[in-house]
Write a protein that binds this ligand. Structure first.
Ligand code: ADP
Ligand code: GLC
Length: 486
């Protein structure tokens, strides 16, 4: 098959979260399976600053509102593979500090930026001799593509027949814009209704895709069911229920060439399941040193957190519970950036509990790896979690996950007190007491060395490599193409 994967971020070229990990890992595996795969993303400043060498493909001019905007398509290769990445370049839009926002404030021209991106992708396909069988779009930034194919381009000799899969990585980010901006996206007012892009008086690019994509997927089975309920549906549960027969869940995989304690070049000491005790001790010592914690923390259970500091991740619960958690004689190392009030609250707690609680407000790839390798437990009190990759990384690093039972966390982590083959600790209620209780249970298990080692080794032995997930996508692409022929 010929597969085009469109994503607003792709690791290692540009990343703010798990979407980049997915968009950087899935294409090379599909290529290994024998498919022709290409990737499209915007050319951000991060791509240039990362030293990725690009070559020109050709100029493009896209109408944004009534204004023709000049840009270009460039090409690079996804590192470690032969997959071509087509970069939609437009300096005024994409040569900026952030991908979507700066200091937490979304760029006011995001509709123009991502309309340019989506239309740029379609223009590239119009001009190219290569036509994909499947266009696999991801999240709201690509939402205009399925919509345009089914509306503006529905008579186009080349684009009208393109089949689309739209993967929802996070339903809460909806690409909402004021209705008055509709001309910027070039969407007709005939699309502005409840069964189109209209969402409570605004334009929703996400909804445009949910309505028009040939098929929808989420990044875990549990999340595909949750989003059909009022609690998790973010106001879109109605349309998702309507499309339920065209909606499925595929749990993400892990790129074990990047996230593997045996090979990881970011950590202090490599280790395997056989050498986890010694390896972890060395990494823990280094982690404690880098966070400036007391050396006595070496014998305490060390809890790691690496997350976007957002409501989704339940960081406010962590803030509230933290003084209580410390009564269990644990230490914490927390890495993240995000909402200003959460950054402030965590920094305050680190000051008040210096020596046992370290907080780093930064985006730091190296530190993300060191926390996985050096911590004993990895905490994710998420309110919702479409998949979650960090709990899968922590399993591989022998860092026992403590998670809330939601979405991908519910699909991948089983409570060790309740299941003989448990790989972590799970709590159901989104509350301080439930979080505290799960941490206490994990700490009790940690104090029973033999049992703890069994939980650690069981997690390390699990295989969440991309092979299974990529096979599931392959099967889904085939199903979409088969159904299109019927
Ligand atoms: P989400 O995509 O919702 O943020 P995931 O668990 O799917 O959650 O993926 C998060 C990814 O981002 C992981 O690769 C994680 O290591 C990384 N990450 C998150 N915050 C930071 C940070 N402050 N520094 C470095 N990496 C981070
Ligand atoms: C989103 C979700 C996260 C998921 C990631 C990759 O950012 O929040 O749960 O793992 O996408 O699919």
């Amino acid at each position: 098959m010929r597969i085009l994967i469109v994503s607003s971020e792709v690791a290692p070229l540009a990343k703010t979260g798990g979407l980049a990990d997915v968009a950087g890992s899935l294409p090379p595996i599909l290529e290994q399976f024998g498919h022709e795969v290409a990737v499209c993303m915007p050319k951000y400043r991060a791509v240039t600053e990362g030293g990725f060498v690009t070559e020109p493909v050709g100029p493009i001019t896209i109408l944004i509102g009534s204004e023709p905007v000049d840009g270009a398509v460039e090409k690079t290769i996804l590192p470690g593979s032969r997959v071509p990445v087509y970069l939609i370049a437009q300096d005024a839009y994409f040569n900026r500090e952030g991908l979507y926002d700066v200091e937490g404030r979304g760029y006011p021209d995001n509709l123009a930026r991502f309309s340019f991106f989506c239309r740029g992708v379609l223009r590239l396909l119009e001009n190219s001799s290569w036509t994909p069988d499947i266009v696999h779009c991801n999240d709201w930034q690509t939402g205009l593509i399925p919509l345009l194919i089914k509306t503006e381009f529905n008579q186009h000799p080349k684009l009208a027949n393109l089949k689309t899969l739209f993967t929802i990585h996070n339903l809460a980010y909806q690409g909402l814009f004021p209705a008055e901006q509709i001309a910027i996206a070039g969407i007709g007012w005939d699309q502005f209704h409840i069964d189109g892009v209209e969402f409570w008086g605004q334009i929703s690019l996400l909804k445009g895709a949910l309505v028009h994509a040939d098929y929808l997927s989420t990044v875990s089975q549990a999340y595909s069911v949750e989003i059909q309920t009022e609690e998790f549906g973010c106001g879109l549960n109605g349309i998702l229920r309507k499309r339920a027969s065209r909606l499925c869940g595929i749990v993400n995989g892990v790129d074990y060439s990047k996230w593997n304690p045996e090979l990881d070049t970011f950590i202090e000491r490599n280790y395997s399941a056989e050498t986890v005790s010694q390896g972890k001790a060395v990494n823990k010592k280094e982690l404690i040193r880098q966070f400036g914690l007391n050396p006595e923390c070496l014998s305490k259970p060390l809890i790691g957190v690496v997350a976007r500091l957002a409501y989704q991740k339940g960081i406010d619960l962590l803030v509230e519970a933290l003084p209580d958690l410390l009564k269990n004689d644990v230490a914490l190392t927390i890495l993240g950036t995000g909402e200003f009030n959460l950054e402030e609250a965590l920094s305050r707690l680190a000051r008040e509990n210096s020596g046992v609680c370290g907080v780093r407000i930064a985006y730091d790839e190296r530190m993300a790896h060191l926390i996985q390798a050096g911590a004993d437990m990895f905490l994710m009190p998420s309110r919702y979690e479409p998949c979650g990759l960090t709990q899968l990384y922590s399993l591989k690093y022998g860092t026992v996950p403590i998670v809330r039972k939601t979405g991908g966390l519910a699909d991948t982590i089983r409570d060790a007190d309740e299941n003989p083959d448990g790989n972590g600790f799970v709590f159901e209620e989104s509350s301080v007491s439930a979080l505290r209780d799960a941490v206490s249970r994990a700490v009790a298990a940690f104090r029973t060395t033999q049992r703890w080692n069994e939980i650690v080794r069981r997690g390390m032995a699990q295989d969440f490599s991309w092979t299974a997930a990529a096979r599931a996508y392959e099967k889904l692409y085939r199903k979409i193409l088969r159904e299109a022929e019927m």
